[in-house]
Design a protein around this ligand. Structure first.
Ligand code: GLN
Length: 281
């Protein structure tokens, strides 16, 4: 069977099983099977698959049909222009989270040698993207899940930032000992009742999505803990869910009356990032 034939067959199978973006998914899995990039893939559509390759490919397609996300099958997901290793121990990075990283980079410019903490680091995509773009920064990356930290550790090595990204196990900011300039977090903010709709495959870690009854449990805890962990003129950047901006703003303004609070919308027009800056004194 040629690469083109395999692709067409897989596309049909995936589409029949109502898998979204069947073409793209079929290609992704085939390129992973053949270990080739896009250009190689399209310049040689009539390459013959070996028996072994065919077998592997149909196994991948089968797993995808059973609901496993392709990022877990391939072990890869691109985020902020970097390739991250992912597995079922950490949430798959979402494109909207790039907005959070962009904002953090913009704010980090205000500090000489920024000290940053990424709370709920998961696979480390936020902390590592920041480390790659901010050579002067020192970053703590915290997660409550040791299994997630193993994934993050692998990514730190892959991107050669292990010397500047310190991984810590802990509940939110509890293990952070020194106040920092910037706290950044993409915490679980999905309402418990909505988790099955977000984690459609059931493959992603529930803990990384479940924000409690109103989705705000974990975010509120972090806002409270940030009191002793943020330097004057420090900045707290949070990713939030649909419709949560007002609740978060009110909660923060109550806790930090002199802080400046703004929101940024994602490419779908959803207020996705809240940024709180403390005054200098
Ligand atoms: N943005 C994710 C989703 O809705 C949720 C991530 C989170 O809870 N931090 O798919």
């Amino acid at each position: 069977m040629t690469s083109r034939q395999a692709l067409n067959r897989a596309r049909e199978l995936l589409a029949n099983h109502k898998i979204e973006d069947a073409s793209l998914e079929a290609e992704l899995l085939l390129r992973h099977t053949l270990k080739i990039d896009r250009t190689q893939f399209y310049t040689e559509p009539d390459r013959m698959l070996t028996k072994q390759q065919e077998e592997t490919y149909w196994q991948f397609v089968e797993r995808r049909i059973k609901g496993e996300p392709s990022a877990y099958i391939t072990g890869h997901r691109e985020f902020f222009g970097l390739d991250f290793y992912v597995d079922k121990n950490a949430l798959i990075p979402r494109p909207e989270t790039e907005l959070l990283v962009e904002q953090a980079i913009a704010h980090a410019g205000k500090y000489l040698n920024p000290l940053i903490v990424d709370v709920g680091t998961g696979c480390g995509n936020i902390a590592i993207s920041l480390a790659a773009r901010l050579p002067q920064a020192k970053i703590y990356a915290i997660d409550i899940s040791e299994a997630a930290l193993k994934v993050a550790s692998r990514n730190c090595l892959k991107h050669q930032v292990a010397d500047r990204v310190k991984l810590l196990v802990g509940n939110l900011l509890e293990s952070a000992t020194t106040p920092v300039d910037l706290i950044i977090a993409n915490l679980p903010y999905v309402l418990t009742a909505d988790v099955p709709q977000v984690n459609t495959s059931g493959f992603e870690p529930h803990l990384a999505l479940d924000g409690g009854l109103d989705g705000m449990n974990v975010i509120k805890k972090l806002c409270l803990q940030a009191k002793d962990k943020l330097q004057p003129a420090g900045c707290l950047l949070l990713e939030i869910g649909v419709g949560q901006s007002k609740i978060v703003a009110d909660f923060l303004q109550n806790l930090y009356p002199s802080a400046n609070i703004v929101f940024m919308s994602d490419f779908n027009g959803i207020e996705r990032v809240v940024c709180m800056t403390l005054p200098k004194h």
